[in-house]
Design a protein around this ligand. Structure first.
Ligand SMILES: [Zn+2]
Length: 112
C-alpha cells in the first residue's frame, strides 16, 4: 500500500502529458512491489495512480503497461473502448488507421 503513495508523490509533479517521460516510468517500475509485478504480468496493466493534467476537470487513473514495440509505458484509458494506447505508437501514426466512424446525423434535421 505504501507504493501507491510513492507513485502519487511522483505524479504530483506531473502537470502535462509530456511530464510522463521515460525517467518517471523508470522510477515507477523500480518501485513496483513483487505483487504488483505479478498483477502487471497477469493483467497486462496495473493502475499506478491518478493524475490531474493541466486543463482537465479531474484526476484520471493512469496505468502502466507494456508496449511490444516501446516497452513499458504509462497512459490513461481512452477511446470508444477505454483501452490503453502506447503514446509513442500514437505519435508514430501519421495517418489514423482506427478512426472511429462519425455518428450518423441523418436523423437530425434543423427546421427553420
Ligand atoms: Zn508503442
Amino acid at each position: 500500500m505504501n507504493n501507491k503513495l510513492e507513485y502519487q508523490d511522483l505524479f504530483n509533479k506531473v502537470t502535462t502529458l509530456e511530464d510522463i517521460n521515460d525517467d518517471l516510468i523508470f522510477e515507477i517500475i523500480n518501485n513496483l512491489s513483487i505483487k504488483e509485478k505479478i498483477i502487471l504480468k497477469l493483467q497486462g496493466s496495473i493502475e499506478v495512480g491518478k493524475i490531474l493534467i493541466y486543463g482537465w476537470k479531474g484526476r484520471l487513473p493512469f496505468y502502466l503497461f507494456k508496449c511490444p514495440d516501446h516497452g513499458y509505458q504509462i497512459n490513461y484509458p481512452s477511446g470508444h473502448y477505454m483501452s490503453l494506447h502506447c503514446p509513442k505508437c500514437l505519435d508514430q501514426k501519421t495517418q489514423p488507421t482506427e478512426s472511429s466512424p462519425e455518428p450518423l446525423m441523418n436523423d437530425i434535421k434543423i427546421e427553420a
